[in-house]
Design a protein around this ligand. Sequence first.
Ligand code: HEC
Length: 148
Amino acid sequence: MGEAVSAANVRNPRFLTVLIVGAATLGLAATGQAQTPAAKTPGFTAAQAARGAALYSANCALCHGDGLDDGQFAPPLKGPVHAAYWGSRTAADVLSYINAMMPPSSPGSLGAQGSADVLAYMFKAGGAAPGDKELPIDPAALALAAVY
Ligand code: HEC
């Protein structure tokens, strides 16, 4: 993991916290005490994830990486480090975060629909199976939904 962390990330205290929490959670997993999410990951459709994939490539991949966990300039958006941080939070939290903070050069520029579409793509890339209902664009509708 060490060499994948760029100098830019090490200077970012929030990212360091993610790494520390990640290490702690890996320890927990080793002792078999996995966390139970509040509710299951919200549904999304394959078409929505495909729209999100296009938005992701154009607006997010530069920093977060084409594979979502191979970016040089930003934390992973899938995998154990991401799960360690977002596993105790709701899908509403991550959608609100994207709406408010990403991409850093123009937060909110994807619009509510675009942010939800990108989140659908993140779920799909993280291994979730698409269903027949779109991920809602209103974070309030996701207040009880788990990220993991
Ligand atoms: C210019 C580089 C850059 C771009 C482009 C970018 N991000 Fe980020 N992103 C970051 C950085 C840096 C952080 C860590 C911020 C922090 O910890 O305070 C981050 C954090 C995040 C997080 C929180 C991850 C975590 O575990 O802390 C999410 C979710 C996210 N970005 C989604 C997106 C999405 C979706 C897009 C495209 C719409 C995007 N980002 C575009 C740099 C970028």
